[in-house]
Structure formats: structure tokens, C-alpha cells
Design a protein. Sequence first.
Length: 647
Amino acid sequence: MNIRLNKRIVAIHTKIIFIWKILLRKIFAMVCLLCLTLFAEMGCQSPSQHRLEADNVVEGIIQEKTRQVLGQAQELNIERPSDILRRRLLLEQNLVYATEASLGSDHLPLIKHWPEANYPEAKSSLDPALILEKGTALKISLLEALEIGARNSFDYQTQKEEVFREALALDLERNEFRNIFVGQVESLISTDSTGDKTRSGTLNSGGFDVSRKFKSGVELSSSLAIDLANLLTGGGASSLGIAGDATISIPLLRGSGKHIVAEPLTQAERNVIYSIYEFERFKKTFSVDIAAEYLAVLKRLDEVKNSEENYRSLIASSRRSRRLADAGKMREIEVDQAYQNELRSRERWIRANESYKKSLDSFKSLLGLPPDAVIDLDRIELEKLVAPTTQIKEEIAREGELQASQKTPPADAPIELVEPSRDNAGPLEIEESLAIRLALDNRMDFRVAQGKVYDAQRKVIVDADALGAELTFFGSAELGQRRTITTADLDNAEFRADKAKYSALLTIDLPFERTKERNIYRNSFITLERAVRDVQILEDKIKLSVINELRDLLQARESFYIQARAVYVAEKRIKSVGMFLESGRAQIRDLLEAQESLLSAQNGLTGAIVDYRVAELQLQRDLGLLKVDEKGLWQEFKPEEIEDVRK
């Protein structure tokens, strides 16, 4: 009877152990499932999801910072469209290209182990609606050139990516002060035969950690671990382990305080602002460079036209001299002079043509377009600038008639040189002191230089803090126990606060050896002095550039009126010499010299007009008053706003 009862008790005990093992496995499975779910939600994302998440974070940062420094949120998209003009020209004009990389990253063949099958992907753009027709050149206006440059230029794309990179770096610094979660699940099977008995078993463990660093320097961390150890030998004992711990670290001297701990974050915030300032400055400079090169190409095209007209005129003069010589009214040596000038004009015409083509190819490269693309610029942009010369020529003609009616002073009469006046000054020819003040108040690069002085000052404070003693308080608490295969035969662990381990530690690092820190601290003052000098150097450069650009405006304006008069005189001279030549009262050399003077004056007039316009744009750029939007289009400074500044 007792034997049967004992057997029943053993059987019941065995069943209880079996049921307990099943419950433990279910509990462990639930914990593992929970950890896996958290892992899937928080960390198990596809590469595409990670990339899109980074894009969203950066977009938020850039909008936040542009609103802070520019007064309005701006978007910055670094994804290059697949149908930008560069690619369209390569394909639709059948231009030569080397590899698929020439067309863009979305045309690259996917290599082995590529993480995203659909990225980079083809995306349409908002490029200007430029229609490419086979066999014809693409004509672009100045405004279209600005937009094309913003979408196709390699340098423009690089500048946008620099802003993006700084925003990514800021997000990484911000992550230092967020809650950091870590989850881990592992399963181990092992056999140990080094002892008297061979022990085989399994260990299933799950852990979850969370940590947080505060801007005061305090660091907190805690973890929870669950173990299920099960022996496969020796009766198959099993045990559940559960353990948790929490630690705290508080710096009390060196390395404490928000201004020290959060300094990398502060610098990252400011670096994003600097990159935005630098990008805004780049947009202004880039748009002015495009306009200057655009007008320079048109100026060379105008020189081609002038050289062509001069060439035709000299051919006609050579023919006329030949006829006059055949009629006995001109010497043969004068015929040779006319022919020599005809040859020189042909060489000049060819040189002007080639110079124009080279400048046009260089302009294409500036925009990020293939240099072998077939493109023409719109001459109307130059005609708009040249249009006022008609009225000025009429004024010069009236002045000439008035001077002809007046008595000319004798040669020995006193001569008074008249300085250039401001009677015909343009709206941007403002006072020097006002222009300098505007530049120093609005230049983005000057703001960056000033900001770096403040950065250097903060660096001095941080490096000074590193010289002191380090006093840190550590505290920790441990609850429960872990289990391994070797402790699988122990009782299940209990998670009880009254049976926990608590400890506290106070450490101090006395500042006996601070040679490295001392030298770093001393160098921080040198860095500060350099930052101050950089501000002073840039300030002087800004003043010098503004002063020179105001002088360039005045010089271009005076040159404009001088060359306009020269064109009027040369045209008048050609008419007179032509009549005198027919009557035998002039030599062919006089006509040739008059034609040479006309060509020089015409080129000089166009050059002065272009120089004045470019100087206006450069002055607005260097005053920091030229605004450029995300499409690359500019908004020029209005002259009436200058009056508001004066007041």
C-alpha cells in the first residue's frame, strides 16, 4: 500500500514538474515574442524605411532651421530627377556618353546584394518646359538658365548635400540625449564533459535595456533579463532566472553642466545654420556667375556680328579700291593696304567666332550641361540692355550740333578736367558708407565668421573645464538572479525588492596630470584669436569688394557714354571719308582707320553695357541683398528700399 502511495506521489510530482516546465516555456515564449515584437516595431525596418525615416528627420530639421535663420521654412530635396535637361540632351540630341553612370544613378545596373531594388528610382522633375526638336538648337533665356543651373549644376547639388549632411550629423548628436532601447534574444545548447559528470542543456535568454543621458551629465541605465535554463541530463532539471538592474552616474565637477555636456549638440545645431548660410551665399554667387557668363557669351556673339559687318565692309572697301585703281584714281599701294585689312578682318572674324563657341561651351559646363549639346542663348537679353543707347546717341548728336555752332576755345586756353558726376548714376550707385553698412548687416558668410568667434569662445570654456578635478557619483541596484546551464538545478529566481543589492560609489580624479588638457586649453585661445582675425580679414575684404564694385559701376557708366560717343563719331567719320574718297580728297587708309575705330567702339560699347549690368548684380550679391529662391530664380534689390535703409 505504501509503495503504491509513494509511486502515486512521485507520479504527481513528476506531472507538476512537467506542467511547471511547460508554463516556464510559455512564459519565456511570451517574453521572447514581446521582445521580437518590440524589435520589429523599433528596429526591424527595411533599408528603404530607414532611408525614408532619415529623409523625414532631415526635412524637419532643415525646415526648423531655415525658419529660424531666414524667417520662413524652406525645403531642400537632394533627389536629382531623372529627366533633368542634362540627360534629355544626351538622349534626345544623340550625344556621346561613356556609361550608364553618365545618365544618372537610376540607370545603373543593380549589383549583387543591392539593398533596395527600386532605389535610386526614376522621378520626374519640374524643369522648365523646354521643348527639344531634332536638328535645331535649344534656345534658353537668362531666367531659364538660372533654373537649369539650379537643377543640373554639379556644384549646386553638392552644396545642397552639404546642408543635408550637417542635418544628419545634428540628428546623430540629438540621439545622444534620447532614450536608447536595446533588445536581445539568444538560445544556447551546450555540453560540458570536463567534470565528473557530463552536463548537457539549453539556455534561452531574453534581455531588454534602456538608457538615457541628460544634458546635465547624468546618465541612467536599466536592464531586465529572463533566463530559462534546462538540463538534458541528470534528471532534466530546469530553472527560471529573472534579473534587473539600474545604474546612475552623476558628474559633480569636471564634465558637468549643460554648457559642457551638450556642447557637441550645440555645435551641431550651429553647423546646420552655417551650412544654410553658406548655401544661401552660394545661390547668390552662382546665379550672378550664370548671369555674368550668359551676358559674356552674348557679348562675344555681338563681337562676332560686329566683326562680320566689319569684314563685309572691308571686302567692299577692297573692291572699291580695286575699281578706283583700275580707273587710275588710286595708287596700287593703297589697294594692297585695303586687301591687307581685309585679310586681318577675316582673321578677326574667325577668332571672334571661335571665342564665342568656347565661351558658350564653358557656359554649358557651368550649368551642368554637356559641352557638346546644341544650345543657343537668347539675344533679346542683350538687346534689352542695348536699347537705351538709341536715345543716348540722339542726345550725343544734339550735343555735337550744339558744339559745332559754338566757337571752339583757342588751344592755349586753360583746360579744366571734369570729374565724373552722379547726374546719370544708376539706382545702385549709392554712398560708400551706406553700401558697406548694408554688406556687413546682410552678408551670410560674415554671419558665419562671426558665429565661429562665439564657437571658439565656448571651446575655451569647455577646455578650461577639462583642467579641473573629476568627481563622480555612481549608484546601482540589482534585483533577482540570472540562470545558466550550471545553475539550472537551483530554485527559480525571485524578483524581490527586499532582497536586492544596492551600492553607491564616489570617485575623484585629482588634477595632478593635466599636460594634455593644459596644451589643449592654451590652443583654444589661439583658435579664438584666429577666429577674431578671420572676422577682421573678411570685414576688410567685404569693404574692399564693395568699394571696388561701386568704382566698377562708375567706370562702366562713364565707359558706356564714352563708347557711345566713339560709335557716333566713327559712324560720322566713315560717311565723311567715303565721300572724300570718291572725290579724291582722302586716302584708303583714312577709310580703313575709320572702320577699325568703329569696330573697336562698337565692341567697347557692348562691353561697357554688359560690365555695368554685371557690376550691378555683383554689388547686390556682395551687399547680401540679392534673393534667390529654391528654383534658382532671383529677386533683385529694389532701389526704393535703399531710402528706407537711409532713414
